[in-house]
Every structure is written in structure tokens, then in C-alpha cells.
Write a protein that binds this ligand. Structure first.
Ligand SMILES: NC(=O)c1ccc[n+]([C@@H]2O[C@H](COP(=O)([O-])OP(=O)(O)OC[C@H]3O[C@@H](n4cnc5c(N)ncnc54)[C@H](O)[C@@H]3O)[C@@H](O)[C@H]2O)c1
Length: 488
């Protein structure tokens, strides 16, 4: 059976993880119906989404679809009947999850994937009592779900390939990196690795070898920096010199037999718990959880932007997401551009072209409650991008060492745009020659057609290697000239 395309996500359980899923899905244009047995969770999830917005808004400036809408219900069945994909995030207890999942499976149509955020339970156990159990799988995310792209995808004995593919597609759409786990094992992959580290921490704190702060330093100042871009295996391959992993294993392999690590976890005595709590309180140094979360979110955004430059790890995920968002915006602008070129061929003008539809997103607002200055540049830039992609200035052209650089922008502000306001951009090509193109964009409010702002922009064609102006490809110039004739 082919599974549904996801427009509305249903959340079962709206605690820390449910809140994170909501923020991520809404940001990338998916509506969310959040369901929890406790009515007070509505306020909580709305707060969690608002809290995530600050960091999410800085993650990417690629053109996003309109933000999704959030609704809340305590009626789990009603949620299950109206959504296209269900993500379960209730407490980590097998019997509870089995019962609740079986219940919603009787309401959700069979082409709705049901994914569990479980950190360690097995999908084969979770799907036991389900109606259409083949659509159940584990989609294990990481906190904060709205910033970390990793989601482990694990199928159970009855899970269909179609459900796994549909889940991978949906998670990719909301900016994630689905990691397919080949077979179900308790703890999946990542938590098994994290637990090994944590177990050693507990032993060392228990034996007074080190404090929690010292052990965190042993990662943060060293391996942690490497891990964002390369994992332990590739890093050890580098550590082996020219012969890589083979040499590494010969040299350090014997240490694995030495008693460096312990496989059994220590007893969680009151004394050990006290040491762990006192240690982490000292590390927090009076900062609240909220403050520390903001700090964490800020550096997680910054790191992903750096990694994007290197097209590695989470940065590669971000780059692929942005490429898709730009391509989607360009695809939406294609029809008016094609129509205009056809009109021009028949000697007729089409006037300014409506290239971009958008809505003022909450994170675009400044302290006056209006759309903030740099977002105007972003919106005009998105219209330019769609137009230039159409004439052939796409990734392939750029990777051939040619590009158009902005040399001048003049923005004139005429009216206000408030949060939620639908807007559109119309564009004209005013002038084009061998090395230059001049565009005029106008941003209008959809409700009354009022001109909100206009932007005149000049781009110069460059050879990126030489860092100098250079003539553009003939085909690109010709397309731009057609658009100039069409939008005269
Ligand atoms: N916290 C993490 O770092 C993390 C990371 C990855 C995965 N997970 C997994 O996500 C799941 C949820 O964890 P959490 O940290 O968000 O827990 P949480 O306690 O913050 O949230 C659980 C929510 O489920 C609700 N709930 C309880 N019973 C319910 C029911 N019968 N129907 C609907 N809602 C119900 C509770 O009211 C609560 O809001 C667990 O399976 C956990 O293993 C947690």
C-alpha cells in the first residue's frame, strides 16, 4: 500500500519530545494536531513552539512555505482520524505504548504511518496489537528535535518497506537525516553508544576519579569538536596515519583487552546520585535550564551553518534542505516566466511577473510589530533567485565557476506588513547587457494590493575564480532579454 503524503502531523503526547516535533514540523509548513491526555499541555506546547522559534528562524534563510497551524486536543481518537502521519511521544513504558498505539490504530486509516519516538523499545513489540501493524515503525529523534536532524528509523518484523520509505520522505521534508537501522536492537544505535559513555562517566564519578565537569571537559575540548563533522570511525582512520584504520587497530587494538572500560553499570546508590546532581549543579553555575537551552540552541544553529560550508554531517542535511526549498520556489515561479516568454515571442508584453507568494512569518517581525528590514532583502532575493534559476543560473552554472553578484540594491518602503499578512512579489527585467542585469521587484499586500516596498537591484556577472566581471553565457543573456521584452 502506498502511504499518504503528509500535510498534517498528529502528535501523541506533547511533552519535551512532542513539543520539539511540533516546532520543527510547523516551521517547515506542516499543520500539527497535538493530542495529550492532560489539557494543561496545550499551554505548554504552545510555549515550547514559541521558545524554539528564535533559534529555528536563524537556521536557514531559504524560502520556506507558510508556517503550519497548531491545534490541540485531549481526544486522541479525533486526532488519529484527521492526520496523515502520527508520531507517538508518550512515556517510555511498553504496556502503555502498546495500549495507546493499538487504540489510535483503530481510528487512523491504514495508509497513515504510525511512528514511535521510543528511545529503546523494539518496534516488533510496539506493533503487536495494532490494526495494520505494517505501518508502525520507530522514528527516534534527539533533543532538541527542532534543531538536531538525526532520526533513527527502525522497522519491526511486520513493518512494510512502504511505511519506512514514506517516513524517510516525511522526515527529510522537515529537514531531518533519517538513519535507517538495519535491524532492531534495544537502544537502537545512538543511545547504545551514548549509554556506553554515560556508564563510564557514572563509574568514574562513583570512584571519585573525576567530577562531572571534568568528564564533560574531556569531551568538549577534544573529541566533541571532531564529532560534529566526523564520527569515531573516520577519525580513528585518520589517527592511523597513511595506512589508516588497519594500522590503528594493530597499534591500539590490544588496549581493548586491557581493563579500561567496564561493561556493567555501577549501582545507582544515593551517594552516586548526589555526586552527579551536585556536579551538574556546579557546572550550571546558577543558570536556569531555560538559559542553558538557549545557549545550546544558539551554538547548535551556528555549528550547523559552519558545517554547511563544508557540506558535511548536519551541514550537508541543511544544504540539501535549502537546495530543495530554493528549487520549490523556482518551480512555483516557472509558469508565469514561461507564459511571459511565450507572450514576448508573440510580440506582446505581460507586465510585471508575479514570482513569489509568501506570508509574513512571526520571526520576521521587529519590535514595532512590522516586518523587519533584512527580511525585505530576503524576500526580494528569493524572487531574484527564482528568476535567475529560470534563465539558467542554477547550481550547475554556479559550479562551472560563473555567478551573478549583487552590486547595488535600493529598497523603498511604502506601507507596513504585519504578522501573518499574505504578500506577493512582482518582478521586471529593466536592463540587460553582457555583464549586467537590472531588476525591479515590487512587494504587495494580497488583501488590498497596496505597494509595501520596491527594490531595484543590479547584478554583475562574474567569473568566480578570477573574482572579476565576465560576460554571461549567451543563452542566459538571451533569456533575460526575452524577459525584459516580456515585462516592459
Ligand atoms: N527526552 C528525551 O531526550 C528523548 C529523546 C528521544 C526520544 N525520547 C522518547 O520520547 C518519548 C517521550 O519522552 P518525553 O521526554 O517527551 O516525555 P515527557 O514526560 O516530557 O512527555 C510525555 C507526555 O505524554 C503524555 N501522556 C502520558 N500518557 C499519555 C497517553 N495515554 N496519551 C497521550 N499522552 C500521554 C504526558 O501527559 C506527557 O505530556 C519517550 O518514549 C522517550 O523515550 C525522549
Amino acid at each position: 500500500m502506498s502511504m499518504r503524503q503528509v500535510r498534517t502531523l498528529g502528535l501523541l503526547g506533547t511533552g519535551v519530545i512532542g513539543g520539539g516535533w511540533a516546532a520543527r514540523a510547523l516551521h517547515f509548513g506542516i499543520d500539527v494536531v497535538a493530542a495529550d491526555v492532560k489539557p494543561e499541555m496545550e499551554e505548554w506546547i504552545r510555549g515550547a513552539v514559541a521558545n524554539a522559534e528564535g533559534a529555528l528562524a536563524r537556521l536557514t534563510f531559504a524560502p520556506l512555505p507558510p508556517k503550519g497551524k497548531l491545534s490541540f486536543t485531549t481526544d486522541l481518537d479525533a486526532m488519529a482520524r484527521q492526520v496523515d502521519f502520527i508520531q507517538e511521544n508518550i512515556p517510555e513504558q511498553l504496556e502503555l505504548k502498546q495500549r495507546v498505539l493499538a487504540g489510535v490504530s483503530r481510528q487512523a486509516p491504514a495508509d497513515v504511518v504510525i511512528a514511535s519516538s521510543t528511545s529503546g523499545l523494539m518496534p516488533s513489540d510496539l506493533q503487536r496489537d495494532l490494526l495494520a501493524p505494517e505501518r508502525l515503525l520507530v522514528g527516534h529523534p534527539f533533543n532538541p528535535v527542532y534543531l538536531l536532524p538525526l532520526v533513527e528509523l527502525v522497522g519491526g518484523r511486520q513493518t512494510s518497506a512502504a511505511a519506512l520509505e514514506a517516513a524517510a520522505r516525511f522526515y527529510t521534508f522537515i529537514g531531518m537525516h533519517p538513519l535507517k537501522v538495519r535491524r532492531e536492537v534495544p537502544g537502537h544505535l545512538t543511545d547504545r553508544l551514548q549509554e556506553a559513555l554515560w556508564r563510564e562517566i557514572l563509574h568514574m564519578v562513583n570512584e571519585d576519579v573525576a567530577t562531572t565537569g571534568e568528564l564533560d571537559d574531556s569531551i568538549v575540548y577534544g573529541p566533541g569538536l571532531r564529532w560534529a563533522g566526523m564520527g569515531t570511525n573516520l577519525i580513528y582512520h585518520l589517527a592511523g596515519g597513511e595506512t589508516g584504520m588497519r594500522h590503528m587497530l594493530r597499534q591500539f587494538g590490544p588496549c581493548l583487552k586491557w581493563p579500561w572500560t567496564k561493561l556493567e553499570a555501577p549501582e545507582l546508590t544515593e551517594g552516586l546520585i548526589d555526586k552527579m546532581v551536585a556536579g551538574t549543579q556546579a557546572q550550571a553555575a546558577g543558570r536556569s535550564i531555560r538559559e542553558l537551552e538557549r545557549l545550546r540552541d544558539d551554538y547548535l544553529v551556528a555549528i550547523q551553518q559552519v558545517l554547511r560550508e563544508y557540506d558535511i554531517g548536519a551541514g550537508a542535511t541543511l544544504r540539501a534542505l535549502e537546495e530543495r526549498l530554493y528549487a520549490a520556489a523556482a518551480a512555483a515561479a516557472r509558469a508565469p516566466l514561461e507564459g511571459a516568454v511565450a507572450q514576448a515571442a508573440a510580440g506582446r508584453s505581460s507586465g510585471a511577473l508575479r514570482l513569489l507568494e509568501t506570508r509574513v512569518r512571526p520571526e520576521w517581525i521587529d519590535y514595532h510589530g512590522h516586518m523587519t528590514d533584512f527580511r525585505y532583502l530576503q524576500v526580494f532575493g528569493d524572487a531574484t533567485d527564482a528568476l535567475l534559476r529560470y534563465v539558467g543560473v542554477d547550481d550547475g552554472y554556479r559550479s562551472s565557476g560563473r555567478a551573478l553578484y549583487t552590486v547595488e540594491t535600493r529598497v523603498t518602503h511604502k506601507a507596513e506588513a504585519r504578522v501573518g499578512e499574505p504578500l506577493y512579489v512582482t518582478s521586471r527585467v529593466l536592463e540587460v547587457d553582457d555583464k549586467r542585469v537590472r531588476l525591479l521587484h515590487e512587494l504587495r499586500r494580497a488583501r488590498d494590493e497596496a505597494l509595501v516596498a520596491s527594490a531595484e537591484q543590479v547584478y554583475v556577472h562574474v567569473s568566480t575564480a578570477a573574482g572579476k566581471a565576465a560576460p554571461m553565457a549567451g543563452a542566459i543573456r538571451e533569456r533575460l532579454a526575452q524577459l525584459q521584452a516580456a515585462t516592459r
